[in-house]
Structure formats: structure tokens, C-alpha cells
Ligand binder design. Structure first.
Ligand SMILES: [Zn+2]
Length: 117
């Protein structure tokens, strides 16, 4: 913050001393004008932070393929075996598929943060 004050003749704009009194030495008229120049510097510091978060679906293709082949394979094998053994085989493979289902498709949480400096 700096102020500069100057004194001028109101009529001819000649710069005068602050202490000057009476008529202007250049135009011989009376009247002064005072000009104040004010300079200020303002510093602004700003930070921006963006957080991007959510859930995305993830798939393990190998386990998914194994589950799908198990599903169709059980049906085909069960058709040929038949009876109680075929039923037990179907239940066992079905149970294995159920146990691995969350390993084939699951949701993953993510969080990305961007911050300006
Ligand atoms: Zn003057």
C-alpha cells in the first residue's frame, strides 16, 4: 500500500510545492488541486480439491467362464448319469458355483483425489 500525493495548479496543471500559497507562478491564477495515487497489491491463494468416488463392477473372466461351463456341463453330465447320483452331482457343482460367484463378479469401491497446489 503506497500513497503518492502531488499538488498542481488548478488552471495550468503546473506542479506546485505543497507549501505554495498565493497565485500560480506560471499562470498567475489561484487555486490548487491535489492528486492522490494509491497503489495496492493483493495476493490470492486458492486451493482446489476434487474427489471422484463410487463403485465399479469388476469381472474375473476366467472364473466366470468356469462357472458358465460348470452350469452347462452339469446339465449335460446330469442328463447322462441320471438318478440320485446325477442329482447329487448337480447340487455339488451348483454349490461350488454359488461359492465362487462373488469371485467372478464383484463391486469395487474407488476414490480418486485431485488437488491443486
Ligand atoms: Zn497555473
Amino acid at each position: 500500500m503506497a500513497d503518492i500525493e502531488k499538488c498542481y495548479c488548478r488552471h495550468c496543471d503546473a506542479e506546485l510545492e505543497w507549501s505554495h500559497k498565493g497565485s500560480c507562478p506560471f499562470c498567475n491564477k489561484t487555486g490548487k488541486k491535489i492528486v492522490v495515487e494509491h497503489t495496492e497489491t493483493i495476493k490470492i491463494k486458492e486451493n482446489i480439491r476434487v474427489v471422484h468416488q463410487g463403485e465399479r463392477k469388476k469381472t474375473d473372466r476366467k472364473i466366470l467362464l468356469l462357472m458358465l461351463s460348470g452350469m452347462f456341463g452339469t446339465g449335460i453330465i446330469g442328463y447322462f448319469i441320471g438318478g440320485v447320483i446325477g442329482l447329487a452331482f448337480g447340487i455339488i457343482v451348483g454349490g461350488l458355483s454359488l461359492a465362487f460367484s462373488d469371485k467372478a463378479i464383484w463391486k469395487e469401491k474407488f476414490k480418486n483425489t485431485f488437488e491443486s497446489k
